[in-house]
Ligand binder design. Structure first.
Ligand code: NAG
Ligand code: NAG
Ligand code: NAG
Length: 209
């Protein structure tokens, strides 16, 4: 009993002296590191640092994929720094496609707000898990796996993905292959695709080499 009380007093005194850092709003002028950005001085932090309004408006989907991804990662929303959390907005025109991509640094939870979205991912064991999602439905995409979203039918769709990192990263497979300077001979050799197809896709997506 005595030991118990001593322990409790010790615990109380140690926690009351602990300085708790509630947040570390990013100072975006500092360097981004694996541990995040340096903190803005607390005296400079305002309510606006914890609010992001950049996902309120629909994005322009007049482009090759008839869709747009608008990120609210730490670089756009400094209040997320160190919180292992971020979000984005997916606008899909009719039949719009978010091509196969991965987020190397985060799990994703997709929340559908409008339309019907065919979403899926491919596991490391090359098994495809896919589903048509309706308004109010959610799907999870485990970290690092290739996944996609497609608006089904003639309706546009809207969804908000939430990520388990302030900086999830985004790598789009087609852009990595056909919008980069990965040379056509090497793309052909490493993917087994026809060279004419590789050149055609590079022409469309702007790749070189
Ligand atoms: C903090 O605010 C002071 C005074 O407005 C300013 O001089 C300083 O550059 C600010 N620091 C950062 C990191 O924003
Ligand atoms: C959307 O983007 C396209 C292509 O860049 C442009 O022609 C069009 O004016 C834009 N629409 C709006 C409403 O900004
Ligand atoms: C691709 O381009 C980057 C910068 O533009 C350059 O540093 C890199 O060496 C290039 N890679 C190849 C394989 O040409």
């Amino acid at each position: 009993m005595f030991l118990h009380i001593v322990f409790l007093l010790f615990l109380l005194s140690s926690t009351s002296h602990a300085t708790v850092q509630d947040f570390c709003v990013a100072d975006l002028k500092g360097a981004d590191t694996p541990a995040g950005y340096p903190c803005k001085p607390p005296a400079n932090v305002t309510s606006d640092d914890f609010v992001y309004t950049g996902l309120a408006e629909a994005a322009n989907v007049t482009n090759i994929i008839n869709a747009a991804v608008t990120p609210a990662f730490v670089a756009q929303f400094p209040g997320l720094n160190g919180l292992e959390l971020s979000a984005a907005r997916l606008d899909l025109g009719p039949s719009g496609v978010i091509p196969l991509h991965t987020h190397p640094g985060a799990n994703e939870l997709l929340i559908v707000l409008q339309g019907h979205i065919l979403a899926g991912f491919i596991s490391s064991g090359n098994i495809v898990y896919q589903k048509v999602l309706k308004k109010g439905e959610l799907m999870v995409f485990p970290q690092g796996l290739l996944h996609f979203q497609i608006a089904v039918g003639k309706r546009k769709a809207l969804a908000f993905p939430v990520f388990s990192s302030a900086n999830p990263g985004l790598q789009i497979l087609d852009f990595a292959l056909f919008a980069s300077n990965f040379s056509t001979p090497l793309v052909t050799q490493t993917t087994f695709l026809d060279p004419d197809l590789v050149k055609k896709l590079k022409g469309v997506l702007g790749g070189s080499g």
